[in-house]
Design a protein around this ligand. Sequence first.
Ligand SMILES: *Cc1c(COP(=O)(O)O)cnc(C)c1O
Length: 356
Amino acid sequence: MGNFPTTLTTTPKPKPADDSLSFGKVLTDHMFVMEYAEGKGWHSPRIQPYQPFSMDPATTVLHYGQAIFDGLKAFRGEDGKIRLFRAGRHAERLNISAKKMCIPEMPVDIIRQSFDALVAVDADWVPRKAGTALYLRPTVIATDVMLGVHPAHNYIYFLILSPVGSYYKEGVKPVKILASDKHVRAVQGGLGEAKTAANYAASLSGQAEAEAQGYTQVLWLDGVHRKYIDEVGTMNIMVRIGDEVITPPLAGTILSGVTRASSLQLMRDWGLKVSERAITIDEVMQAGRDGTLKEMWGTGTAAVVSPVGTLGYKGEDILINGGVTGEVTQRLYDSIVGLQYGKSNDAHGWMSVVPV
Ligand SMILES: *Cc1c(COP(=O)(O)O)cnc(C)c1O
């Protein structure tokens, strides 16, 4: 493991009770930082006390959004061990986002080691209550100081950690989503397949409108035809029509979700019929009307799976599976959570124990 220069805080923060945790509001005592300068490459990886950055108002990321991030979790098992879920894949995806955003790629082993090293330093911050976790947020920002649109010559990679509560405090709960034909998030040739700040900026007004109409999330349709389903909120989307599970292909507009890939693998292991293909909102609505739409769910690190109980489109609401969680959705949730807390056999080697 990387042995990074480490400066420990002299003023540790009080840790919140596991019961009081929500998402992303509390940050731990330390952070991992490294910088990039043209000609020098990525340099000076280190662990230091959590602290603000001081930034010139002309710093490029503040104006032009050249920024990427990722998100993964560390879980404390009943055996007391702390495990990361598919850390290598998250590290690689950060580099995929980097490439897309003209950010110099990072040595993937340093990224991977930064996860272990920082979680080890803040190991006491990994909450203990069932369903809780420590969320890792690796981020890269452009730090040139000048007003002018171009890929920057200087960057900061940083990793921060946040203890998070159980996404489902009262069991897995279906949500109500709205397919939007008015707002779009991404188009082919754009940024949809990168985890980059701009995509979340692009999602805000559509999300606000869905909430104003009483829905929890937006189901994004493709930006050109406004016809094919893309993603839901910040999750990948899956539907089960009859015995076929369908999810949109990785064709440039959606993020290559780690939970998506894991769910596809598990369902194939179980012998289910799984298709990665384009599917229109009309096909989904029709299946909802004729009763063949059995389940619909989102996949993502925050929730694992999020069942859809109601799908709204053009003024029509479709109730899915009586508004309760379907069997494949529940099985995926139980299987992935079982792995994350070290309770089930890790056949694919997705978990790694953090050396503390
Ligand atoms: C992060 C994210 C996902 C889910 O990816 P996971 O790797 O499963 O967490 C899906 N879509 C978008 C837009 C995302 O930002």
